[in-house]
Design a protein around this ligand. Structure first.
Ligand code: ADP
Ligand code: MG
Length: 290
């Protein structure tokens, strides 16, 4: 017997490196008219590196002390920014204290107890005068800034930079051609870093500084307006949006377990360009289904 079109499309998607979880999903992929892409780890390689280490003058900390403190708190986290901070400390051969009582808040940051102090590494608080200058300076340079605080008081700022995936611009073009509209960038990162990156990828519309529930709210708003939204993301912070979407695709290689479980399809080969490929496969299969 010949294979039904949707099943052979699933097999073809597998050959492209995309695991589509069901025939229903394979069919839905071809219906989408709006694409929302996460930034860190989806549009970018998700391998940011620490570019700047800025202890606040009053903190009494050296650059190495600040980095070691942040790395100790970030050590249990699976977030790409956390991995970058830990790697930067390792490269400098800094000894890391053991953190206890680790908690992470998706889209915000982490907290842990290090050497008897509560250490947090988190997104900048826009109303904190002590960190305004280093944060805006770094963000103007297109960096992601995170603030390190001990026992609630800021002690320094770290700057991080990430690269666009090599196939990001081509993927944006292909998705624009397929849906008739450019993809939209959804990110928890700051608007300045996000806009810089979006421009390089050919994306015009950017929604930045979003918490995980804000990403989901944006998707639901479009769905209510009758649009069929495809969300592509990798993080725990993308799970609510992946769940709210008409179809959700997770980046598999570095994606969080929650994103992989929540998504309808998983990119196993680490290429963003597989997204327009599977949408096209779905359209073709749907045209054969009678
Ligand atoms: P994106 O939507 O671009 O993938 P996230 O939602 O994961 O970004 O994170 C949004 C922001 O929250 C980051 O830019 C950072 O400021 C902060 N943040 C999240 N997780 C961490 C972490 N583990 N350490 C430091 N900052 C974090
Ligand atoms: Mg991400």
């Amino acid at each position: 017997a010949t294979m039904p079109p949707l099943l052979s499309a699933i097999a073809n998607s597998g050959r492209h490196g995309v695991l589509v979880k069901s025939a229903v999903v394979m069919e839905r992929l071809g219906q989408i008219d709006t694409v929302a892409l996460d930034k860190t780890g989806t549009l970018t390689e998700g391998a940011p590196h620490v570019t700047d280490i800025r202890p606040l003058p009053d903190s009494g900390l050296t650059e190495h002390q600040l980095l070691a403190l942040a790395a100790a708190a970030e050590h249990p986290s699976e977030h790409p920014l956390a991995r970058a901070v830990v790697d930067a400390a390792r490269e400098r051969r800094l000894p890391l204290a053991t953190a206890t009582g680790f908690t992470s808040t998706p889209g915000v940051g982490v907290t842990a107890t290090v050497d008897g102090r509560t250490v947090t590494v988190h997104a900048p608080d826009r109303d904190c005068p002590a960190t305004t200058d280093p944060v805006s300076e770094l963000e103007d340079a297109g960096r992601t800034a995170v603030v390190v605080a001990t026992d609630g008081a800021p002690v320094g700022v770290l700057g991080l930079a990430d690269r666009l995936r090599p196939d990001a611009a081509a993927t944006v073009q292909a998705l624009t051609a397929l849906t008739g509209a450019a993809p939209i960038l959804l990110t928890g990162d700051n608007p300045r870093a996000a806009r810089r990156l979006a421009e390089d990828a050919g994306i015009g519309e950017v929604r930045a500084a979003l918490l995980p529930q804000d990403k989901a709210a944006a998707v639901k708003e479009w769905e209510r307006a009758g649009r069929k939204v495809l969300v592509v993301g990798d993080g725990v912070n993308d799970a609510p949006a992946l769940a709210a979407a008409h179809t959700g695709i997770a980046m598999g290689r570095a994606g969080s377990d929650l994103a992989l479980e929540t998504a309808d399809a998983v990119i196993v080969r680490d290429e963003l360009a597989t997204v327009p490929a599977v949408v096209a496969l779905s359209r073709r299969a749907r045209s054969l289904v009678v």
